[in-house]
Write a protein that binds this ligand. Sequence first.
Ligand code: UT7
Length: 324
Amino acid sequence: MKVKIVGTGRCVPSNVVTNDMLSTFLDTSDQWIYSRTGIKQRYISTGESNSQLCIEAAKKALKNANLNGKDIDLIIVATITPDKVTPATACLVQSAIGASSAMAFDISAACSGFVYGINIASQFINSKAYNNALIIGGEVLSKILDWQDRSICVLFGDGAGAAILSRSEEDCIKSIECVSVGEKSDCLTCDGLELKNIYVPHQEEFSNNISMNGKEIFRFAVRVIENSIERILNENNLTFDDIDYVIPHQANSRIIEAVIKAKGYDKEKFYMNMSQYGNTSAASIPIALDELNKNGLLKEGMKLILIGFGGGLTYGSALINWKK
Ligand code: UT7
């Protein structure tokens, strides 16, 4: 599609929580968490809301793109942890950046949300309906974790990442595919609002924390990463040598290492930063993309593969020709 990424940004809460800090109140250890997941620390909100993180990431992406809020005509926030049921987080971002003529809405596709957002926005830009879109993955997952459950709460972190998409002369976003596998919806769940009305009394047992089948998602994720890379290489007549970076969702380094081992891919090409952030769901890919961009690792013409996977179950992948 004739769409390119022209700016990126990220924002995380100020509070860093190390594995050792978790082991002061959970039966866990830095050794277990790091060896099973590659995670060393994560950022956990002590007051920053999802919309505040998204707004800050958006402002940085605008600055990076040399655009201002008025230039943005589409805002999509991918999140499973919005501040409010309504308004959408995207509307709060819209107001804060002054994108007064934009269409703004949230999408729920868990850890695949950012790639889903890129897909939706690219269709609108490619069809010339809109010129500049702001896509944000933002989460405050710490709101939906059981902090007594060591098998879940050690894995996740809070944060937001943003990217701005604009029209391009060349096809810079290629082979984008987003798939949902609803029959596996039980693998990762978090209840929404309680059914509570004059006919249904409050349920004492009601809880809205994440629960998941980690092993099943692990296998699903390995398969998704392997198949997505192969599909993209085949569709574009490329070999893995032509790819500069793969940016997978940052759930667990062992998922990525399993792909590398099975396929013999060069490990250096797989960008990993879960050691610092943990799993930030929809935010993980745009945070990683922004790190690559701001650290000067992306050069014009580079080929990047983005791959998201997670709750739904959902997955999504795309080939990006980097051209700012
Ligand atoms: O964003 C997408 C959504 N999620 C994912 O992508 C997650 C994908 N799955 C995974 O990353 C891994 O399956 C986990 C990290 C969640 C779990 O790793 P695992 O190697 O599958 O461990 P396990 O669940 O089989 O647990 C092994 C042992 C158990 O003890 P027993 O039954 O062997 O005695 C657990 O109770 O490790 C225990 N355990 C822990 N021990 C210390 C589980 N969590 C912890 C912990 N600290 N935090």
